[in-house]
Design a protein around this ligand. Structure first.
Ligand SMILES: NC(=O)c1ccc[n+]([C@@H]2O[C@H](COP(=O)([O-])OP(=O)(O)OC[C@H]3O[C@@H](n4cnc5c(N)ncnc54)[C@H](OP(=O)(O)O)[C@@H]3O)[C@@H](O)[C@H]2O)c1
Length: 255
């Protein structure tokens, strides 16, 4: 990996306006990629991410689209291609979670979580794959969750829909790695507890209990996930596909 080893590449980061996605946008921009920052509602946050990537000498633009809609996702890919060229680095990071995601959850909440976290991932990969296959090169990282590997026994909200969606993202990425190789590499990143808007409503007591069970002795930062994602998109990971990397400070370990 060199300082600007992603120069000339067009990257799309879904949910790039805040949190983990924002850190990934900055990391890819630092490596020279032109970065499409996707989000679905907060224009201000997305504009801030664009300013941050410009501050590290990067370039990109903002694309508002709800990835749970195939039509909106497809239109976004067309706009990016028209503006800068086809997407060759894709990070499916847009995701939602809810503290109501428990045994009493309403059916609509289940559907909404699955439609953003799982359908959204599928829509983006489906829009990206034809061009990547035609060019014989594509790199995809899907952001899952440690919850997708092991349900939390600490959190009081059980995250039934969220955990299910994130397990499915791992299964989807594994299947895609086989179906879309050798042209396209597809890997998954499964973060543990990362300090972002998504987790800011968690009680301090639960946070401390999670930290006490985490060998690294702390929560994660968005940059912890950005570095791993960048590695998986880089040439340094050219022999890695179909894998899931857990970045949870050791809270969840794979067999
Ligand atoms: N934080 C954690 O502890 C943690 C742990 C494991 C996995 N993850 C996963 O990491 C990813 C990022 O999480 P985060 O903590 O950074 O979340 P966050 O701070 O809540 O940010 C979520 C991002 O996704 C965007 N988004 C939400 N719904 C969208 C939609 N339908 N279409 C397009 N964009 C959408 C949001 O932008 P708008 O609001 O403008 O739409 C925002 O940019 C998620 O997939 C999450 O499940 C997070």
């Amino acid at each position: 990996m060199t300082d600007r080893d992603l120069s000339g590449r067009v990257a799309l980061v879904t949910g790039g306006s805040r949190g983990i996605g924002r850190a990934i946008c900055r990391r890819l921009a630092r490596a020279g990629a032109w970065v499409a920052i996707n989000h679905s509602s907060s224009d201000e946050a997305a504009a801030e991410t664009l300013a941050l990537i410009r501050a590290v000498g990067g370039e990109g633009d903002v694309y508002r689209a709800d990835v749970s809609s195939f039509e909106a996702t497809d239109a976004m890919f067309r706009s990016i291609e028209a503006d800068k060229g086809p997407v060759d680095l894709l990070v499916t990071n847009a995701g939602i979670a809810s503290f109501q995601d428990d045994v009493d959850m309403p059916v609509d909440l289940w559907r909404r979580i699955l439609s953003v976290n799982l359908d959204g991932t599928f829509h983006c990969v489906w829009c990206a794959k034809e061009g990547m296959l035609a060019r014989g090169d594509g790199r995809i990282v899907c952001i899952s969750s440690a919850n997708g590997l092991a349900p939390s026994r600490i959190r009081p909200d059980r995250l039934i829909a969220y955990g299910t969606s994130k397990s499915a993202v791992i299964g989807f990425s594994r299947n895609c790695a086989i179906a879309l190789g050798p042209a396209i590499r597809v890997n998954c990143v499964a973060p543990g507890l990362i300090d972002t808007d998504m987790t800011s409503g968690m009680s301090d007591e639960i946070r401390q209990r999670i930290i006490a069970s985490t060998p690294a002795g702390r929560t994660g930062t968005p940059d912890d996930i950005a570095g791993l994602t960048y590695f998986l998109l880089s040439d340094a990971a050219s022999f890695i596909t179909g894998q899931t990397y857990v970045a949870s400070g050791g809270l969840v370990t794979l067999p």
